[in-house]
Design a protein around this ligand. Structure first.
Ligand code: IPM
Ligand code: MG
Length: 397
């Protein structure tokens, strides 16, 4: 018995040391990339596995068309990054193979297809999720996920903490004995502050006067308590923004409440709550297949779909019917991030028209709906329509 506890103490001791080192790194800060100042912006395109390569291909096709001139002049360069597949990761028994990580670090930003996350009982070794590993490795501390349903008055921007919380030690918990399993959740002042500040800055920049902090601070008192307290302190610097705080359980319920949900605008929340709430939120917009996600750090950023790799679609021979909208939306977020805001706007309008308003083609994930290729052509056709803006405006209100 004592031996088990000693072993666990030692293990958690090491974990705590790593976390304290991480705090030192956060305190030291990291230089922010200025895309304007770069001669060439290097964009890595990672197919991933499952449906990933299918939808990443479509997103790449769209971006190649939008950035045709920039690619030709060398202002933007695309690099295909292979090998972030579950087979390769299982073979080297690492969440990211070393050579792949090296390639990713040579890029300024990446567009990443979904990657399979093994769990206990799978045929794969129980390695850490590639998403989680990349977020930690590149210190992509904020996960920004927008959800919009204009007809319903929904316009949400979720800022999910992306390197801490229940995910900080995802694969570093301990089976203290056969019966006692312990995981950790971690909240740091620095980690909370940089995420919440980004959310406030976003609200200020976009003249949004409402921000909601979401926790379960009444029960998870220490860590969620810290997140909430940090948020409330930062709020004092933004007097024009009204701040409220909600517990994750009732918040999850209120997102379904048509009368109440339109009051939410910008939300800042710890990692796991953000994971769950953004899947729910995306459902109102047409499903997780429609939602993009920006993983933002100071030096690097990574853009991806919010959903997983849907391996079942591949085994059932339906991968070509996977909806590429989520990846294309992530592509639009990337364009915005690296400074091509006009192009991003056009692409977003085309995504809104095709996915939410006009819906001339519908995706069902099966052969009774459009294929990803057909839907992507539909998006491209809509985007290149000279009447795009007029069309988009006609759907507003
Ligand atoms: C997401 C995904 C990931 C997460 C998985 C694949 C590890 O669900 O990006 O939301 O939980 O963060
Ligand atoms: Mg998720």
């Amino acid at each position: 018995m004592n031996k088990s506890i000693e072993r666990a103490k030692e293990h958690f001791g090491e974990v705590l040391e790593q976390q304290l080192l991480r705090i030192e790194r956060m305190k030291a800060g990291e230089q922010k990339t200025d895309y304007n100042a770069l001669n060439s912006i290097i964009v890595g395109i990672i197919g991933g596995d499952g449906i990933g390569p299918f939808i990443a291909d479509e997103a790449k096709r769209v971006l190649e068309e939008i950035l045709e001139n920039e690619l030709q002049s060398g202002k933007v360069e695309f690099r295909d990054i292979e090998g972030l597949t579950i087979e390769k990761r299982a073979e080297v028994n690492k969440p990211i193979p070393d050579d792949v990580l090296e390639e990713i670090k040579q890029c300024h930003v990446t567009l990443k297809g979904p990657t399979t996350t093994p769990r206990k009982g799978d045929p794969w070794p129980n390695i850490e999720s590639a998403n989680v590993a990349i977020r930690k490795e590149l210190d992509l501390f904020a996960n920004m996920r927008p959800v919009k349903v204009p007809q319903e008055g929904i316009d949400w921007a979720f800022f999910r903490e992306n390197t801490e919380g229940a995910y900080a030690l995802g694969s570093n918990g301990a089976d203290v004995t056969d019966d006692l399993a312990v995981d950790f959740t971690v909240t740091t002042s620095q980690g909370s502050e940089r995420l919440i500040r980004l959310a406030f800055e976003y609200a200020r920049r976009n003249k949004i006067n409402k921000l909601t902090l979401v926790t379960k601070a009444n029960v998870v008192k220490t860590t969620d308590g810290k997140f909430l307290k940090v948020g409330q302190d930062i709020a004092k610097e933004y007097p024009e923004i009204e701040v409220d705080d909600w517990y994750i359980d009732i918040m999850t319920a209120k997102l379904v409440d048509k009368k109440r949900r339109t009051q939410f605008k910008v939300m800042a929340l710890p990692n796991l709550y953000g994971d769950i709430l953004t899947d729910e939120a995306a459902e109102f917009q047409g499903g997780v297949g429609t939602a993009g996600s920006a993983n933002i750090g100071n030096k690097y950023s990574m853009f991806e779909a919010i959903h997983g790799s849907a391996p079942r679609m591949v085994t059932e021979g339906r991968a070509q019917y996977a909806d590429p909208s989520s990846m294309i939306r992530a592509g639009a977020m990337m364009l915005n991030h690296i400074g091509y805001t006009k192009q991003a706007r056009k692409l977003e309008m085309a995504l809104d028209i095709t996915g939410q308003f006009e819906k001339r083609l519908v995706m069902t994930g099966r052969d009774d709906g459009a294929s990803g290729r057909e839907f992507c052509d539909y998006i491209l056709g809509t985007m290149n329509d000279p009447e795009l803006e007029k069309k988009w405006n006609s759907y507003q209100q």
